[in-house]
Design a protein around this ligand. Structure first.
Ligand code: ATP
Length: 703
């Protein structure tokens, strides 16, 4: 900050008059302002240092670097100074605003190719310069391409903003914004071998697509999905059919940048030689084509903000809202919490394991109940963004399975920590704001004077982002509670009773009435009742069988033989009477030998029933473990009593259910034993009677 250029500008906020807001970023608000002593219009970017948890040395380093940068295509600060807990960066005022703002305002479908070529050419020159100086920009996107009143193009956000989210050890603070990582190179996402200036070349390619279509690829998707798609899908590009209006060389230039292997990407210097850039035009051309007729930047910014507000009001889909909102603002794709995303991915992987258990036939009904819990957990882990419908969830599960290679090594060993991370966001709202005062050493970092009038300003809005996220988390928690409450056709009423309240009961009863049909007749178990191997579990898990005759009731359970002929059923009835020592014994005209197949059938059924129950218990136990882990994680956080209340409710339900199942297994095992005993007694009786019969027949013959 020693050069003459900057020394001219006063470093006291009193010397500036702030006008309207013209831009908003992650941690900064940009104002049009007047430098009173110089009578010059400038832009002032006000950064809230309390919201940037970077170390002061990092900021100092970046500010120093910034002062060394001198290129016509790189936006350079006149000066910077602190005012209260804010850092003011005084810059040239770029009256055209950012390419993103112009595009959103007047060219929602993207610019024409000559405009794009010219814009990109200027940006690339800036990149070549920065790379030659050993810098990686890390935030190339349309939102950072600024245009002044004469059509001059400058790459912004190098320096102060970049330093706020420093290289390598990316901040993992609670204040880290979760944005849409659309511009991020795959190697940056993976963070396995680090990344270099080639990452800027990838972002440059994405920016080219952004300027061509009016939005970056995958921008409508939530961060998690973007991460998966960038890593798994073929690189995005211009479509030869759909993007007919663009030249072949443009398509090729983009394809050269968007190669997943950074080693195969050209350097910025080499890229500058691409034939595509031969068609670049002058700044006057830009001024004439895209700036003419535009209203003042402040008005456009206001209009875009209004549009954003309307969009949020009209669009009920919270996930869309969040990512679109970030995109409209053009918020940096680099400033997102990669670790959290990975945790979310890992959590989903772990939930996938739970879903895999559903393959156990006997567990299918249980799945119906747990689905409501799991979907909430997934939604919770996603903040708000992930698609919640079944199909897309299956798709995502598949995505995650396929992801093993790219992200496996980056996943945390305890995936359920992810939930904690999500709760942290809520917690963060009230408790985690760093009570950080700018230490005195900070005063000497910049050519500064403390500004006393900064308090008049309203700074930043990114707390709102956290608020939205938290709100969505808690609303998901509400859903979790609600869904849990409403689920449970296979759970006896008394198990749910601890959670009861009158309204919810009424609602549930209503749903009970309305859904009775589906509840009893849907689901794999009901469908499989014709299959004798699933017969018993079906009977056990449904209080009223959909079909088939009840031949035995055992507590809550019934044994039905839907396919058994009346003859077999009556045999069983007789047999049940027999072994139960009922008085009906004498009334049954028993042909002892004919009972044997029936007995064997029953034994077979019992052993299968036992197996099914064991499978079911395993399934419940595993699900219970996941659920317990989740609830432990959840209760570790201070997200409120209601969450732990809901959590323990589910736990109790699962525990009770498991206990019931275990009891049933015990009872059935005993029953099998007693049947075996009775069977052998019966066999003895049959043998005895057969022997008697034989003797009887032999006697007349002897006579
Ligand atoms: N010098 C300037 N003149 C006019 N408008 C500007 C200027 N600098 C920034 N802006 C506007 O303000 C917006 C936000 O600024 P900036 O990108 O520097 O903030 P940020 O916090 O670094 O955001 P992000 O990290 O999302 O890029 C820009 O997209 C641009 O529209």
């Amino acid at each position: 900050m020693e050069c003459e250029f900057e020394r001219r500008f006063p470093t006291n906020s009193k010397d500036y008059k702030l006008y309207e807001e013209v831009g908003e970023g992650v941690s900064a608000t940009v104002y049009r302002a007047l430098c009173i002593p110089l009578n010059q219009i400038v832009a002032i970017k006000v950064l809230d240092l309390e919201k940037c948890n970077n170390d002061l040395d990092g900021i100092r380093r970046e500010v120093q670097t910034m002062s060394l940068i001198d290129h016509p295509n790189v936006l350079r600060a006149y000066c910077s100074f602190t005012a209260g807990h804010n850092l003011w960066v005084v810059m040239p005022y770029m009256a055209g605003g950012s390419a993103l703002h112009i595009m959103k305002y007047a060219y929602p479908e993207g610019f024409e190719e000559p405009v794009i070529t010219t814009l990109l050419h200027e940006v690339l020159k800036a990149l070549v310069y920065l790379h030659a100086q050993g810098h990686i920009h890390r935030d190339i996107k349309a939102g950072n391409i600024l245009i002044d009143a004469k059509g001059a193009v400058k790459l912004a956000d190098f320096g102060v903003s970049a330093c706020m989210f420093d290289t390598g050890d990316r901040q993992r603070t609670r204040n880290t914004f979760v944005g849409t990582p659309c511009w991020m190179a795959p190697e940056v996402m993976q963070q396995l071998h680090g990344y270099d200036f080639k990452a800027d070349v990838w972002s440059f390619g994405i920016t080219a697509l952004e300027l061509a279509h009016g939005h970056a690829p995958f921008s409508k998707y939530p961060p998690m999905k973007v991460l998966l798609m960038t890593l798994q899908n073929a690189p995005p590009g211009l479509d030869y059919e759909r993007d007919k209006r663009f030249s072949k060389s443009f398509k090729e230039m983009i394809a050269t940048c968007l190669v997943k292997d950074p080693k195969k990407r050209p350097t910025s210097e080499k890229l500058l030689k691409h034939p595509f850039f031969k068609h670049a035009r002058s700044s006057e051309f830009l001024a004439q084509t895209i700036l003419e007729g535009l209203s003042p930047l402040g008005d456009r910014f206001k209009a875009l903000k209004g549009k954003e507000a309307n969009f949020l009001l009209e669009n009920k889909d919270a996930s869309e809202q969040l990512s679109q909102q970030k995109y409209i603002r053009g918020i940096s794709g680099w400033n997102f919490n990669l670790e959290e995303l990975k945790s979310q991915a890992a959590l989903m992987q772990s939930l996938d394991n739970v879903y895999n258990l559903e393959n156990v036939d006997a567990g299918n009904n249980l799945k119906d109940d747990l689905d409501s819990v799991d979907s909430s957990v997934v939604a919770l882990a996603e903040g708000v963004n992930f698609a919640s419908n079944e199909t897309s969830r299956e798709g995502e599960m598949q995505d995650l399975q396929d992801l093993e290679g790219p992200l496996a090594s980056a996943f945390p060993s305890r995936p359920l920590q992810a939930l904690k991370a999500c709760f942290d966001v809520c917690e963060d709202m009230n408790t985690s704001s760093p009570n950080w005062k700018i230490p005195s050493k900070f005063d000497s970092m910049f050519p500064l004077q403390q500004a006393s009038e900064a308090k008049d300003l309203k700074f930043g809005t990114h707390n709102d982002e956290n608020m939205e996220r938290s709100a969505s988390v808690s609303s998901n928690m509400d859903n979790l509670g609600c869904q849990k409450f409403l689920s449970g056709s296979l759970l006896p009423e008394h198990i749910l009773s601890p959670c009861r309240n009158v309204d919810a009961d009424a609602e549930r009863d209503d749903i009970h009435r309305r859904c009775q049909h589906e509840r009893y007749y849907s689901g794999p178990l009901s469908r499989q009742t014709k299959d004798s191997s699933n017969l018993t579990s079906a009977a056990m898990l449904h209080e009223e069988p959909s079909e088939g005759k009840i031949v035995q009731r055992k507590g809550r359970f019934q044994i039905t033989f839907p396919d058994a002929s009346p003859k077999v059923a009556s045999s069983v009835n007789c047999m049940v009477s027999l072994i139960g020592g009922s008085p009906r014994k004498s009334t049954c005209a028993v042909n002892a030998a004919s009972l044997l197949p029936t007995l064997q059938f029953l034994l077979h059924q019992n052993s299968m029933q036992k197996e099914q129950l064991i499978k079911l218990i395993k399934c419940v136990e595993q699900t219970h473990n996941v659920s317990s882990a989740y609830h432990t994680e959840a209760s570790d956080t201070s997200t409120g009593d209601s969450q732990s209340f809901q959590a323990s409710g589910t736990e109790r339900v699962l525990q009770n259910y498991m206990t019931n199942l275990q009891q049933s297994v015990g009872e059935l095992a005993e029953e099998v034993q007693s049947l075996k005993l009775k069977n052998s007694q019966l066999e003895q009786q049959i043998d005895a009677s057969l022997r008697k019969e034989k003797k009887r027949k032999d006697k007349p013959a002897q006579r």
